[in-house]
Ligand binder design. Structure first.
Ligand code: 5AD
Ligand code: SF4
Length: 487
């Protein structure tokens, strides 16, 4: 299952060949070649895009953050759409943007357009692109994006359109990565999902669970830490199933985290996503005992109603979830908890919805990502006749967000007066005199230096990449305000 080193080496060779070809083109025009990667969806996709950018750089392209479809000089040489299909509105938006780049191709015919990610794992999408989006040159799935240099070479040297390339269940080891952030990094620990929640398309488009080898992961984190990264986010659709496949050496997720703590100099470790049915006592213990593991947990509940959870195929009850949260709070009292909630799952009654609201009040999550159920073709829930009318769903959604916003703000207000450790990320977006960073609980803090007794002349802000202590002075729904005192 693992990608053999010679396969990645072959891709590097092709990337080099494209680079040489591109350098010649640059020599003729003096204009650097550019590529833009448009990312939709979750952290997994964001990280896959970092790999796409790594490969494009290897091929000699400068990465640009955005593109124009009308201004020739702002149309790049390559546009890659890394897509998401978890909800229908994401798909609609992507088809819209994909249609719009047709105009850009009319202005710049040599533009290469590629589409990859979850959407292209659906046959109907590939068919639609083939027929109605003829300006698209390359279509890849989720498992074969590491072959981008091969498809680009076919397009550039043989003028071939590469659509619907063979699906592949491989682990892309050794692919070059161009990281978006300097001090934080994503590290994938496993791919795919075997849970088949009845509303979710992910298991169909991301395939079966596959874990990377612990040695490969530890090596990657070690190299990141040695290169100045302070925090890693370990990624997987269901990280608690890490190492359950045949290819591992018996290390489970808690074991993997302990190894990373022991064998690397990384300062902070986070992970997502955890499925409540698989969250082990060993992992809770690791969060409580290991200082490098952030006291933060994302634990999607989806619904607070046992019958609705059963229809969702979540494999736990309301009571089991609450018991799990009780254990987590008991082991790590100051943990920051977040969740995902879905409203309007087929057949959702008023009583079931009230159960979700009451669970929010009982658990008091720091944050909840709230979603309106979206019907996904091919999932069991899509075939249900009892879809909830949209006016009912919208009313429930408004009550849900109102409740959670209040709780989130209250939880943030409770932090005012406390001093928290913050990883400094850089100047705040709204005020360059202030800095922004993240607490151990992954909350955003915007802060300034204490004015001092001379009223400000001694103001000194810490550099990005440092972990500093910040006194919390104010709270918003989504962020905190603070002051840094030089120590
Ligand atoms: N409709 C709406 N939300 C969904 N999610 C997954 N599938 C769907 C769907 N069909 C949400 C779940 C999951 C999050 C990543 O996306 O809440 O936890
Ligand atoms: Fe989808 Fe459920 Fe897997 Fe999460 S655990 S990716 S919601 S099937």
């Amino acid at each position: 299952m693992k990608i053999l080193p010679e396969k990645t080496a072959e891709m590097s060779r092709l990337a080099q060949k494209i680079r040489e070809h591109n350098e010649k083109a640059v020599g003729e025009t003096g204009q650097p070649l550019t590529a833009c990667v448009k990312t939709f969806g979750c952290q997994m996709n964001e990280h896959d895009s970092e790999k796409l950018k790594g490969m494009l750089k290897q091929m000699g392209y400068d990465i640009v953050p955005d593109y124009s479809i009308t201004n020739f000089t702002l149309i790049p040489d390559v546009i890659v759409f890394n897509t998401c299909c978890v909800r229908e509105n994401a798909e609609d938006k992507i088809f819209g943007q994909l249609g719009a780049v047709k105009g850009a191709k009319r202005i710049k015919p040599e533009l290469i357009v590629a589409v990859c990610g979850c959407m292209t794992e659906q046959e109907w999408v590939v068919e639609r692109i083939k027929k109605s989006y003829r300006h698209v040159d390359i279509v890849m799935g989720t498992g074969n994006t590491y072959r981008l240099p091969e498809y680009m070479a076919a397009r550039i040297f043989d003028r071939r359109r590469m659509i619907g390339a063979e699906p592949e269940d491989s682990l892309p080891e050794g692919v070059p990565v161009s990281r978006d952030e300097k001090f934080k990094a994503y590290v994938t620990v496993m791919y795919g999902c075997d849970n088949f929640c009845s509303y979710c398309i992910v298991p169909y488009v991301r395939g079966r669970e596959r874990s990377r080898l612990p040695d490969d992961i530890v090596k990657e984190v070690k190299e990141l830490a040695d290169g100045g990264t302070k925090e890693v986010m370990l990624l997987g659709q269901n990280v608690n199933s890490y190492g359950k496949g045949a290819e591992g050496d018996g290390t489970d997720f808690a074991g993997l985290i302990r190894r990373i703590c022991r064998e690397t100099d990384i300062k902070r470790i986070r992970f997502m996503t955890s499925h409540p049915k698989d969250l082990s006592p060993e992992l809770i213990r690791a969060i409580a005992e290991e200082p490098k593991v952030c006291r933060q947990l994302h634990l999607p509940v989806q619904s607070g109603s046992t019958p609705e959870l059963k229809r969702m195929n979540r494999k736990y009850t309301r009571e089991q979830y609450l018991e799990l949260v009780r254990k987590v709070y008991e082991a790590v009292p100051d943990i920051t908890l977040s969740t995902d909630i879905m409203i309007g799952f087929p057949g959702e009654t008023e009583e079931e919805f009230e159960d979700t609201l009451s669970l929010l009040e009982e658990v008091r999550f720091d944050a909840a990502f709230t979603f309106i159920y979206s019907k996904r073709q091919g999932t069991p829930a899509a075939a249900r006749p009892d879809q909830v009318p949209s006016d009912v769903v919208n009313r429930r959604f408004a009550r849900l967000t109102e409740t959670q916003n209040r709780i989130g703000r209250e939880k943030n207000e409770a932090l005012v007066g406390k001093t928290l450790e913050v990883l400094v990320e850089g100047p705040s977006k709204t005020n360059a005199m202030r800095l922004t960073g993240r607490t151990e609980g992954n909350k955003i803090v915007n802060f300034e230096a204490d004015a001092g007794c001379d009223g400000g002349s001694s103001k000194k802000l810490p550099e990005a990449g440092n972990i500093v202590r910040v006194k919390i002075t104010g709270a918003e729904t989504w962020s905190l305000e603070g002051v840094y005192y030089e120590e």
